[in-house]
Design a binder for this molecule. Structure first.
Ligand code: TXA
Ligand code: MG
Length: 322
């Protein structure tokens, strides 16, 4: 029998340094019991945008918010008694639950908000409480939710060791080594948004185990039925207002979303033309413009690098509504 390689767990000092880096807006690869994740402060839109840039993820796909405790995770969501039961049974552990995003109460207006880019502008959120002690220590040290997709380049295999992560992102990234991932398969995802619980991604927590806890059947997402990956939907982020792309100027009555210092812009995604800043601002700016109750014109955005994902999202916002 081959023994897994012995690794020294990160010291308290390494965890504290990683937490400081995250609070400064950097990305850190962290071990979880499922796969290694590329973690960022979920409340920092620019840090979250860096995840998409580093992974080369072709479009914004909503990310999972990881929290230290079930209470912290469920504080991000609207109340739901099925969620409370699943949390009790499976957290900490490899289960992700999709729920409506919590409405903000007046007392919470000053608490940091989950960045719009983390949920891809949806009004739902995927939450999970990881079991890995290093992930938990990092979450405790940061004191905020962390978003973390698997720490691989888009389209590649998920990493289950620190060495895999180093191979994916040579030299560039701080990696906390927590040994080989014990599960090695991404978390089970269940959505509680509809009238029946729906399994969106199978994983270590099986459908039968979920049904045993809930006491009723769990539906399985039928491939091709549409809703699974919200990022795949044609009309995905749909502002109330109409959206017109590649506008050089605003027509009378329109509000203008600029880029790179567009003259006459109502709001500019990044005056300096920085695509990371633009990606971080995208969903928030669209929401603010939508509140102005006027058609939205959008200045041209370069389609390279992270601009591709921005253009993809804007194309969805402008797509004919179903
Ligand atoms: O095991 C895991 O879950 C790992 C570790 C690092 O925690 N993370 C992970 O993240 O697999 P990622 O980004 O590869 O997968 C997130 C999945 C995507 O398929 C996304 O569409 C789905 O979660 N998702 C996130 N928010 C959602 C939402 N509001 N509604 C439906 N699906 C959502
Ligand atoms: Mg992945």
């Amino acid at each position: 029998m081959t023994q897994p390689p012995l690794t020294m767990p990160p010291t308290d000092r390494e965890i504290a340094a990683a937490a400081d880096a995250i609070l400064a807006g950097d990305l850190v690869a962290m071990p979880t019991e499922t796969v290694y994740g590329l973690a960022a402060d979920a409340t920092n839109g620019e840090a979250v945008a860096r995840i998409y840039a580093l992974k080369g993820r072709p479009r914004f796909n909503p990310l999972i918010a990881h929290a230290e405790t079930p209470k912290a995770a469920l504080s991000l969501t609207g109340p739901d008694h099925c969620a409370a039961r699943l949390a009790e049974a499976f957290w900490p552990g490899p289960l992700t639950i999709v729920l409506p995003l919590a409405p903000k109460t007046p007392e919470e207006v000053h608490t940091p908000e989950i960045a719009g880019i983390a949920t891809a502008g949806l009004d739902s959120i995927a939450v999970r409480v990881p079991a890995h002690p290093v992930a938990r220590a990092l979450l405790e040290a940061v004191g905020r939710p962390l978003v973390a997709p698997s720490a691989n380049r888009s389209g590649r295999v998920s990493p289950t060791t620190a060495a895999h992560v180093h191979t994916e992102f040579p030299g560039a990234l701080r990696v906390l080594d927590g040994g080989p991932a014990s599960i090695g398969l991404e978390s089970t995802i269940i959505s509680l948004l509809g009238s029946r619980p729906m399994l969106l991604r199978p994983g270590y927590v099986t459908k039968a185990a979920l049904e045993a806890v809930l006491g009723h059947p769990v539906a399985t997402q039928v491939t091709g039925a549409g809703i699974i990956a919200p990022g795949m939907l044609t009309s995905h982020y749909a502002p109330k207002a109409s959206v017109r792309l590649n506008a050089q100027t605003a027509a009378p009555g329109e509000v203008l979303l600029g880029f790179g210092g567009t003259e006459g812009a109502t709001l500019d995604l990044s005056v300096s033309g920085d695509l990371i800043e633009a990606a971080a601002n995208l969903f928030g700016h669209l929401r603010r413009l939508d509140e102005m109750d006027a058609p939205i014109a959008v200045a041209p955005i370069p389609a390279h690098g992270l601009g591709e994902a921005i253009c993809d999202r804007l194309a969805r916002a402008a797509a004919p509504r179903g």
